[in-house]
Design a protein around this ligand. Structure first.
Ligand SMILES: [Zn+2]
Length: 246
């Protein structure tokens, strides 16, 4: 079994591959885990990563990961790339498969159809609060000449408004329409809605944005840190332009 979901929005582009991996159904709780730092068997995780890359048309050694820290730093991927502390990576070089590691945080994948640039963004509530999506779009504009109107976006599955409980101190960092009070100091936070608002505010066209409506906490097809805690695997959101198609 091969556990990935491929967004529809990029399928019109023959030179782009994108996916979000799923939890899988065997070897639970880790399943089709992509993380080397959650206690899973390293050999199996590396095999999962290699299978993912090869299935999408990339060499496993060109899978670009990052050391995510819930910040807003953007790194460029190219020859000699070594993962640094960042939460968004960008490349214009075919052959690289950019990876964002998630379990409830949202993987935001971007493609500039004019300049042929891709980006992978990790947007949990902290990243969203810091507008990492807007910062990445601006980085693409200043470093690659990308115009927001040329961008296509996939907002992958993450914790949804149905389940993503946060405290008032978190809810207050966002516009009121992105959270709903459920009593006391508790709120349900709509992280996908907040990311969508950021993409629209950047100038990305609404009909070029695909939202995955599924919630990772109540959706059993996904890994969820909120639901499963320390023994939860991680999924990758990935995007790239295979070198063979360049
Ligand atoms: Zn839910």
């Amino acid at each position: 079994m091969f556990h990935i979901h491929q967004p529809r929005i990029f399928k019109r582009f023959a030179n782009v591959r994108a996916a979000q991996t799923l939890r899988g159904r065997t070897h639970l709780p880790y399943g089709f885990n992509m993380s080397l730092t959650v206690g899973d068997d390293e050999v199996r995780v590396r095999a999962h990563r290699a299978r993912l890359a090869e299935r999408l048309g990339f060499a496993p050694e060109r899978l670009a990961t990052q050391r995510q820290v819930h910040g807003v730093r953007v790194c460029d991927v190219g020859a000699g790339y070594v993962p640094e502390e960042s939460d968004a990576i960008v490349t214009a070089e075919p052959g690289w498969l950019l990876a964002v590691s998630v379990a409830d945080c949202i993987p935001v994948l971007l493609y500039d159809a004019e300049r042929h640039v891709v980006a992978g963004i990790h947007s949990g509530w902290r990243g969203t609060a810091g507008n990492i999506t807007g910062i990445t779009v601006e980085h693409m504009r200043t470093h690659y000449g990308s115009q927001p109107r040329s961008l296509y976006a996939y907002v992958g599955a993450g914790a949804g408004e149905c389940c993503y409980e946060v405290g008032r101190e978190v809810a207050e960092q966002f516009a009121a329409e992105h959270s709903r009070r459920i009593g006391g100091e508790k709120y349900l936070f709509d992280n996908p809605g907040a990311v969508l608002a950021q993409l629209l505010a950047c100038g990305v066209a609404a009909d070029r944005i695909e939202m995955d409506p599924r919630c990772t906490i109540c959706g059993t097809a996904f890994h969820s840190y909120r639901r499963d805690g320390a023994r939860s695997g991680r999924m990758f959101g990935v995007i790239g332009m295979p070198a063979s198609l360049a």
